[in-house]
Design a protein around this ligand. Structure first.
Ligand SMILES: [Zn+2]
Length: 226
């Protein structure tokens, strides 16, 4: 299978939930301490952070996996740990002060976080039947530039059992047409709402969401479910 980013021979299935997130939140995942991974309506018992169930069926090549997208992975890892460690405070403040997470490199690091979710969204589009084209995702990653329609939001996920997962890709219609295509990335009590907004002129679709074009110092952190 070809790498969906550059078209070279693809050899890796990207983790749909990052291995470092799994290890950080759950500790060692073994067959004695399995963790549930949920994808859409289905769930599987993972016996390691590298379980095949957690990897995308779409492939990317070694070069895209390392040189091109590793900075995205690293900055997401920093933000993800920060949200896990400061969960209650962030929830009571309703926001994350980005300069506390990435002192001195706020814009560059947050663009990397945006591109991390651009990569994951692309992996899902390349493997699943969805109403979106891959092209904008591909060109953002190849050009290290923001994807105009991709907005993300951070928040808290209320869980009864410890699990990690991604929700099914859904579309919300406005006047009978898809206006936003979205899903959630969930790692224990922290979640990310990942949305591709087709109708950017409808401002309520972007409420609380973050995009690299925004110059705000804070990003929202709210309760997604109760
Ligand atoms: Zn590639």
């Amino acid at each position: 299978m070809r790498c969906w980013i550059c078209g070279e021979e693809g050899n890796t299935g990207e983790h749909l939930i990052k291995a470092s997130d799994l290890r950080y939140y759950f500790g060692d995942i073994t067959n004695k301490e399995p963790v549930y991974f949920q994808k859409g309506e289905k769930s599987w018992e993972m016996q390691s952070a590298n379980s095949k169930y957690v990897k995308s069926e779409a492939k990317i090549c070694n070069s895209c996996n390392s040189n091109k997208t590793q900075p995205y992975d690293k900055d997401w890892e920093i933000l993800s740990k920060y949200m896990q460690n400061n969960h209650s405070r962030l929830l009571s403040n309703g926001k994350i002060k980005i300069s506390n997470v990435f002192p001195g490199r706020k814009s560059e690091a947050m663009l990397n976080v945006h591109l991390y979710f651009c990569k994951l969204f692309g992996c899902r589009l390349a493997a699943e039947d969805t109403p979106l084209h891959l092209e904008p995702f591909k060109s953002s990653i190849n050009g290290t530039k923001p994807c105009a329609n991709l907005y993300i939001e951070f928040g808290s996920w209320d869980i009864s059992n410890k699990f990690a997962g991604i929700t099914s890709i859904q579309a919300l219609e406005v006047n009978g047409r898809p206006a936003v295509v979205f899903w959630f990335y969930i790692i224990g009590r922290v979640a990310v709402y990942v949305s591709y907004i087709k109708k950017l002129e409808i401002t309520r679709l972007k409420k609380n969401c973050w995009h690299p074009s925004s110059i705000t110092k804070d990003v929202s952190f709210r309760k997604f479910n109760t």
